[in-house]
Design a protein around this ligand. Structure first.
Ligand code: NAD
Ligand code: UD1
Length: 352
């Protein structure tokens, strides 16, 4: 059985990916400090695995911080001792709140960049050279009404984005230092939303949410009076910002495709956009959410948010071609599944 280390596996994207990996028969070690998640997720993942071959030993949780090298060394050592060495790492663990990164760049660079360097160092010592990195569309410079390709201009505009770009550059240097060993895929996610259709896994960040969907769900749950839409005078189809929203289960499946690719390819490094290739405006999201879920979603237009871009949409043809991944869920699925999750978790969702 193939053992994979998943850092940040209790988080939003990590938890959905772990579920998909377990259903594909992988054995998983989750390392998470729980700085933005909780241990209950482990049981939620386990209870949703629907394959009869699944046993408790297929999912192991080790609470710890990836900046703690000794702890990481022990995780690798323990699996070698069991004769099930870790031979691939999917690296989700990171801090991701843009505002927070502006206020506290030290913490962001320390956690995201130092954490990744530590992890790579321990992997290398343990002869583990396959790596899937959670990168972001935020590394690109936005272009008006033009899809973003992998070779589009780079230009993050906040410390969070800078940490993602710094890690990608570090990974390139690493690959060049030993180009017949490392196999590295950086998946550049666009806007992940939605939830597992059981309603047991979803996005429930600690602290004050900044992203559209967690806020929109609070409004639908009547925990916030209205959604503040940042600007209606953008040069887009209806004046509101356009993004490439992607269902988190499609994104989870992209990781399985990336693993298959890494297992087959020769040593290589590649950055791949993971988006649907289509853009939706905020007004389209609001309308679809209301229609699909038959609920109210009050909103008010306010000023533009500093740092926002009008149009961020992926050209996803490299993903389709290289890792042979195709997203299959649409905006209605994203709205339906996220609302199902929010209703089910209503009592435990963190208050703002
Ligand atoms: P999340 O906060 O839900 O999950 C991240 C997990 O990592 C959390 O469980 C957190 O506790 C853990 N973690 C953070 N720092 C850690 C550390 N030093 N050691 C161990 N565990 C640590 O975030 P997410 O939305 O699931 O994002 C996963 C990854 O995808 C991140 O790297 C993020 O930057 C990237 N990403 C997310 C988005 C998005 O919109 N959600 C978009 C692009 C890229
Ligand atoms: C933001 C970050 C980006 C990060 C991504 C995922 C900024 C400028 N960019 O991207 O670096 O990779 O999150 O974490 O913060 N919106 C509203 N009202 C709200 C919230 C959002 O109208 O209350 C709008 C925004 O203007 C945007 C869209 O909804 O047009 C999506 O916003 P958000 O979820 O924050 O994602 P991004 O802005 O794409």
């Amino acid at each position: 059985m193939r053992t994979i280390l998943v850092t940040g596996g209790c988080g939003f994207i990590g938890s959905h990916t772990c579920l998909v990996l377990l259903e594909k028969g992988y054995r998983i070690i989750i390392v998470d400090s729980l700085i933005n998640s909780s241990e209950e997720i482990i049981n939620a993942i386990k209870s949703n695995v629907k394959v009869p071959s699944f046993t408790e030993d297929n999912l192991i949780f080790r609470r710890g911080d990836i900046r703690d090298k000794l702890f990481l060394e022990n995780v690798f050592k323990e699996e070698r001792r069991r004769n099930m060495p870790i031979n691939l790492v999917i690296h989700f663990a990171a801090l991701k709140a843009v505002n927070e990164s502006v206020q506290n760049p030290i913490e962001y660079w320390n956690n995201n960049v130092l954490g990744t360097i530590n992890l790579i160092e321990v992997m290398s010592k343990n002869d583990c050279f396959k790596f899937v990195f959670s990168s972001s569309a935020t590394i690109y410079k936005p272009m008006l009404n033009k899809q973003i390709c992998e070779d589009s201009e780079i230009g993050p505009i906040n410390p969070y984005g800078n940490t993602k770009l710094a890690i990608e550059k570090f990974l390139s240097d690493l690959f060049r230092s030993n180009s017949n060993k490392w196999k590295i895929v950086s998946l550049r996610y666009f806007n992940p939303v939605g939830a597992h259709n059981s309603g047991n896994l979803g996005e429930n960040p600690k602290g004050i949410p900044n992203n559209l969907f967690p806020i929109l769900l609070k409004v639908a749950l009547k925990k916030q009076d209205y959604l503040r839409v940042f600007g209606n005078d953008w040069p887009t189809k209806d004046g509101t910002c356009v993004r490439d929203y992607i269902h988190v289960m499609d994104l989870a499946e992209a990781h399985v495709s990336a693993l298959n690719y890494l297992n087959e390819t020769k040593p290589n490094i590649i950055g791949i956009n993971i988006g649907t290739g289509t853009g939706q405006s905020i007004l389209e999201i609001i309308e679809t959410f209301k229609k699909v879920n038959n609920c109210d979603l009050p909103f008010k237009f306010i000023d533009r948010r500093p740092g926002d871009a009008p149009y961020v949409v992926a050209n996803n043809s490299l993903a389709l071609k290289t890792i042979k991944w195709i997203p299959s869920r649409n905006l209605e699925d994203m709205c339906r599944d996220s609302w199902n999750y929010a209703k089910k978790q209503n009592t435990i969702m963190h208050k703002i």
